[in-house]
Design a protein around this ligand. Structure first.
Ligand SMILES: [Zn+2]
Length: 297
């Protein structure tokens, strides 16, 4: 190697290191303020959890003993008393809800999730290049699911983790992104003992409002890796007495708006077929197969 070439390489490497350092520095700087606000909010929550009422009243007790004081018992009722137990730990998430960001870049998503007025957030964002970003501690409640219902549960934010995939809703999902998602799902399911069938889509829990992740999301590929519910290769015709709405209900769907529930089911399990509300024999056989898997859980 000539001295000139060596000098050129050293110069080039130096510039690259400098650029990367500047980028990471500016990225840290960019979110320094919201990172600080995050920390303060977590500290406030920690204080709230740590506090033990010195003179607990029924009204102030933070558990179910505080519910519905009966005015007829006024004067006869004793104040609730705090007796701390020593047997407890943190509540764990039991579902994972997947989303597509419907935006064009992770930077755009970070902006959305760090502005107060959007009132939206998620625990994780996965870039198209497979990079995983965490935005919130797993034990905290992100605002990703909004109003919805699944298996009769209405406060889905309280029991779930939210993962956003950087995708505008139309583009295919790169393999490297799905690979990272599977790695993350494996780790979360193991850490929190989340049943792998409890990995669902935003469109599943909010069929009247949401469609994400949309039909190009590879649910089948995920199921091959053991994540999410899927149907068997060999299907049997559903019996004539089988009511598809009962099937959707048993799977977990909110069937208050039947058409929306049918479309949500088809987007998830039958994306290669026309998206309409008619039941073909094949669609019924798929639903019946899934219904049998869920019926006795
Ligand atoms: Zn969503």
């Amino acid at each position: 190697m000539t001295g000139c070439l060596r000098q050129y390489i050293q110069y080039f490497c130096g510039i690259t290191v400098l650029l990367v350092a500047c980028w990471s520095c500016s990225s840290k700087k960019k979110y320094a303020e919201t990172n600080l606000i995050y920390q303060r909010q977590v500290e406030q929550i920690a204080e709230e959890i740590k506090s033990i009422p010195t003179n607990p009243t029924v009204k102030k007790l933070p558990d179910s003993a505080s519910l519905l004081p009966d005015p007829r018992l006024e004067g006869q009722r004793e104040e609730a008393e705090w007796v701390g137990t020593i047997n407890f730990n943190m509540r764990r998430p039991n579902f994972i809800i997947l989303h597509h960001t419907a935006q064009d870049s992770v930077q755009q998503t970070f902006r959305t999730f760090t502005l107060a007025h959007t009132e939206a957030s998620a625990h994780y964002v996965i870039g198209k290049d497979g990079k995983i970003y965490q935005m919130l501690n797993d034990y905290l409640r992100a605002w990703h699911a909004g109003s919805g219902k699944w298996q009769g549960i209405t406060d889905l934010n309280s029991i779930s983790l939210g993962i956003e995939l950087d995708n505008n809703g139309k583009a295919p999902y790169p393999d490297v992104q799905i690979q990272s998602l599977c790695t993350l799902l494996d780790s979360l399911c193991t850490n929190y003992k989340i049943p792998r069938a409890n990995i669902i889509g935003h469109g599943d829990v909010s069929p009247s409002r949401k469609i994400d992740p949309d039909i190009n999301f590879p649910w089948r590929k995920l199921a091959e890796r053991g994540f999410g519910l899927w149907y068997d290769e060999q299907l049997f015709q559903a019996p004539p007495t089988f009511n598809p709405m009962d099937g959707l209900l048993i799977l977990g769907y909110d069937i208050k708006r039947p058409d929306a529930a049918i479309l949500a089911f088809k987007r998830h399990f039958l994306p290669e077929y026309p998206l309409d509300i008619t039941w073909t024999d094949h669609a019924l056989a798929v639903l019946y197969n899934l219904y049998l898997k869920c019926r006795d859980r």
